[in-house]
Ligand binder design. Sequence first.
Ligand SMILES: C[S@@+](CC[C@H](N)C(=O)[O-])C[C@H]1O[C@@H](n2cnc3c(N)ncnc32)[C@H](O)[C@@H]1O
Length: 288
Amino acid sequence: MELLDLSPGLVVVDGTVGAGGHARAIARAIRPGGHLIGLDRDSEILACARAALAEAAEDAPEQVRVSLHHVPFSRVQDALHAEGQAACDRLLLDIGVSSLQLDSAVRGFSFMADGPLDMRMDPTGPVDAASWLAEVDEVELARVLFEYGDERYSRRIARAVVEQRKRTAIVRTGQLVDLIYRAMPGHARSGRIHPATRSFQAIRMAVNDELGELQRALEAAVSCVRPGGRICVISFHSAEDRIVKWFLREHCEVVTKKPIVASDEEVRQNPRSRSAKLRCGIVKEIAA
Ligand SMILES: C[S@@+](CC[C@H](N)C(=O)[O-])C[C@H]1O[C@@H](n2cnc3c(N)ncnc32)[C@H](O)[C@@H]1O
């Protein structure tokens, strides 16, 4: 909230409105006269955000305009256009999956509970993880597991997937967990993290084209955040953080020379914050 540097009347895009935690705090800080535009590619989550924000606005609904859109954040310009705003003053992205998505077995993000192998952040999206795994080339799968998941047994796992799918379709998270476990050498099966953690993260990032989304959103941000406005991004993966870091260096005055990370106390309270990195930049004025 400090880095966003909010004041009454600002137009703020929360590109990942999720359950509305950040959005509620933003809505309070920009009233009176502000406009909060919340985006999420998950329509189910957007319903939660709507309820949370309605509750937050109860005491003073006329003081802040809140609009929610079911669009990916790479289409931030479409949302601004639909709202009659030429640009915004602040853009916040808190990328990745939400706890609500991770904890719901039917969404297929979790290796902890058996469910359909879905992993689409937008449940209306065209390709789920099961269809992606059924089609993906072995070399490409190994690359995805290695680059997005830092999985050192990427080739063995990719081979196992290709062998398995010749026999039966891989359509449940439980099937994929077993397959990954069996593909790993014995000593790698009992590490500090669950053996399927890295592969699940990598497949989710590929199915949802997460790096492409981030890249396109930042490119769009150059023309839709006003000069002097701020961009804040929280990422959870080193490849994402690298994209953000280079983008801010090129287009912004960087406010966070080093990324802000969660304190030990915060990680104790919320273990999922352990890999979060927050960076912020002020969009450069265009030279005359
Ligand atoms: C970590 S959660 C955000 C939580 C939120 N900041 C809060 O305070 O409750 C990430 C959210 O971003 C959404 N999301 C991820 N990638 C997206 C994208 N490309 N476009 C729009 N929403 C996206 C997910 O559906 C999820 O709801």
